[in-house]
Design a protein around this ligand. Sequence first.
Ligand code: GAL
Length: 420
Amino acid sequence: MWKGRLAIISLLVVSLLASLSMFTVGGASDDQLEVYSWWTGPGEEEGLAAMAEAFEASNPGIRFVNAAVSGGAGSNAKAILASRLLANDPPDSYQRHAGLELLDDVRSGKVQDLTTLYEEQGWRKVFPKGLLDNLTIDGKIYAVPVNIHRANLIWFNPRVLRELGIAGPPKTWSDFLAQAAVIKGKGKVPLAVGPEWTQKHLMETVLLGELGADSYERLFSGDLRWTSPQVTSALDMFGKVLANSDVRSAAGEWQPQLDRVIEGSAVYAVMGDWSSSYLEQSKKLQWRDGYDVATSPGTEGVYDFLSDSFTLPTGVRSPSLSRRWLIECGSADGQNLFNPLKGSIPARTDASADLYKGYLGWTLQQWRDPKTRIVGSLAHGVVANNAYNAEIDSALGLFVQHGDLGKFASTVQQQFQETR
Ligand code: GAL
């Protein structure tokens, strides 16, 4: 009898201990949220920190773990993420760009479908249709956009232009070449560039400026060949533009690229509008005064966009916790907290314009103008999947080294087919 009771008691104790230990394991894994991005630069770091603080305040007891890996455009972060995903060790949420950059993750089952979350939160009504289309793959939606950035911009120091007697930034790339001759004559570098991804970013804006929005889109949808006369002539222009840059000596990230423009050793830099928060917050410069910016040559009225978005990876420890983060990313409060610090504009159409002053006010007005033509960025994941982008990177590296335009065009054309 006693033996029987003892057995029952020990069974109860064992199962109690087991459930306690399960609870402890679950509790330990549920008390933090690891968010993976490449936001370590000025502005973006502050924006992320503000979101982290708000997340912790509304989720008491949960620690926000910032797993950011430095390197512009995710140049390092994406490689490390790939190995974590391969090892089934995903962070609780990770940054991706809206567009084809998501495709590989979706096809390999690395991210979860967020369609229901979109319905619950009413997000289909608050994000622009074009953006929703870029986040949708095979009818399902896989990431939550926190912002909009613009890629087709040329940055300069107005004082330097005045000193050189240049009336304004170039309207076309041919104008740029004409200005470049004057600039070089005065001992300055016409265009500052940075690491490889900034060279691809530059190529994208030259293609857009030379081809126009329609042909640019046709190039990435496969209707226009890289080897066609039209694209060959645009690439030829890209080669000439590069020849007027400091590509041979350029070192460092995108911030030093802008530093050279502000100091005046170089005159222009093509870069996305994360530059505005760097120039304003780190360099304490004012738009239209200490720095200025225009649409990159030949792209007036066109908005080459990209959007930072966050995912719900497959196999995360607590999907409901990750969802809470995604809800913050997609909320009006989250976007209004993040974007003015980050130097980007809200992805939501209902976010108030009042918070966006100076450069950000200017670009928000253009983003929302129905006459603006919107196209997607290559270097920031909208129009090419990761495999295609990686092939373009290798071919571009060789082109920059050896200048063989024909080889570049034929390789990229072939890779378009092979990476589809
Ligand atoms: C982009 C990203 C921006 C910014 C930039 C520089 O790819 O969308 O948010 O981080 O790279 O690193």
